[in-house]
Design a protein around this ligand. Structure first.
Ligand code: NAI
Length: 250
C-alpha cells in the first residue's frame, strides 16, 4: 500500500486530495494547523501542527517515521495568502507568507527525502499557483512565494533525480475554496456579495467557471503516481480552466 503525506490537508484542495488518494488505496498522512473537521481515513494519520515553525517539523517527522518507513509521495499544498498592496505589507507579513509557502516546502522536502528515497520511485508535488507566472495588484508576497516554489521545483528535480525522486509543480487557477473566497476582496471581481464575485470570476476564465477542488486533486494524483507520470520531472502543470491561455490585451 502506497503512502502520501499532504500538507494543508484540512483546506479546500487538501481535503479533496486526501479523499482522492484514500479512494485509490493509499494510506494518507495529513498535516494542517487547523483541525480536520470530517473523519480522517481510518488507516491514515492526521497531525495538527504549524509547518511555519521549523522546530515543529522535527517532531512531526518523528511521528511520520513511527507511522511509516517510507513515503511514496509528498504533496506540499499548505499556503498562506495575504492580499494587500506591497507598500502596505509589513516585514512580518512578508516573512509569514514565505515561511509557509516556500521555506516549509524546502524543509519538508529535506525531512521527507530519506523516506522518499526508501520508496525507490518517490514523488514530490508542489502546489504553486498561476500567480507564479502571471499576477495582479495587491498579492505580491503570495505571487513571489509561488514563483519561488516553481524555481525550487526545478532545482529539486535536478538534485533528487539520482535517487529516483520526481518533483513537479501544479499551478491551479481559480478554485472554489476558503482561500479563494477570502481573496475576492481585492476589487478585481467587483464589490458585490460573494456569489456575485464568484460569478464575475467565472466569466474571466476561458471555460466560464471556477474550478472544483477535486479537479486539482486529480492533477496532483497524476503527478504523484509513477504509473501515470514516470517520465515527468521539473515541470509546471497549469490547471486553470484556460485562464492563462487568453491574452489580457485582447
Ligand atoms: P485553503 O485555505 O482552503 O487551505 C490551505 C490550508 O493550509 C488550510 O487548511 C490552512 O490551515 C493550511 N495552512 C496554512 N498555513 C499553515 C501552516 N503554517 N501549517 C499548517 N497548515 C497550514 O486553500 P486552498 O485553496 O485549498 O489552497 C491549497 C493550495 O492551492 C495552496 O498552496 C494555494 O496557494 C493553492 N492555490 C489555490 C488556488 C485557489 O484558487 N483556491 C489557486 C492557486 C493556488
Amino acid at each position: 500500500m502506497r503512502v502520501v503525506l499532504i500538507t494543508g490537508a484540512a483546506g479546500g484542495i487538501g481535503r479533496a486530495t486526501v479523499d482522492y488518494f484514500a479512494a485509490r488505496g493509499w494510506r494518507v498522512i495529513g498535516l494542517d494547523r487547523a483541525p480536520f473537521v470530517d473523519i480522517f481515513p481510518a488507516d491514515g494519520l492526521f497531525i495538527q501542527a504549524d509547518i511555519s515553525r521549523p522546530e515543529a517539523l522535527d517532531s512531526i517527522f518523528e511521528r511520520v517515521r513511527a507511522f511509516t518507513p517510507l513515503l511514496d509521495a509528498l504533496v506540499n499544498n499548505a499556503a498562506y495568502q495575504i492580499a494587500k498592496p506591497l507598500l502596505e505589507t509589513s516585514l512580518e507579513e512578508w516573512d509569514a507568507v514565505m515561511a509557509v509557502n516556500l521555506r516549509a516546502a524546502f524543509l519538508m522536502a529535506k525531512l521527507a527525502y530519506p523516506l522518499l528515497r526508501a520508496a525507490e520511485g518517490g514523488a514530490i508535488v508542489n502546489v504553486s499557483s498561476v500567480h507564479a507566472i502571471q499576477t495582479s495588484a495587491n498579492i505580491a508576497a503570495y505571487a513571489a512565494s509561488k514563483g519561488g516554489l516553481l524555481a525550487l521545483t526545478r532545482a529539486m528535480a535536478i538534485e533528487f533525480a539520482p535517487d529516483d525522486i520526481r518533483v513537479n509543480a501544479i499551478l491551479p487557477g481559480a478554485v472554489d475554496t476558503p482561500m479563494l473566497r477570502a481573496g475576492l476582496n481585492r476589487g478585481h471581481v467587483g464589490n458585490g456579495d460573494i456569489h456575485q464575485r464568484l460569478e464575475n470570476l467565472a466569466h474571466k476564465t476561458v471555460n466560464g467557471r471556477v474550478g472544483r477542488p477535486e479537479e486539482i486533486a486529480a492533477a496532483i494524483y497524476f503527478l504523484a503516481d509513477n504509473a501515470q507520470s514516470s517520465f515527468m520531472t521539473g515541470q509546471a502543470l497549469v490547471v486553470d480552466g484556460g485562464a492563462t491561455a487568453r491574452l489580457s490585451t485582447e
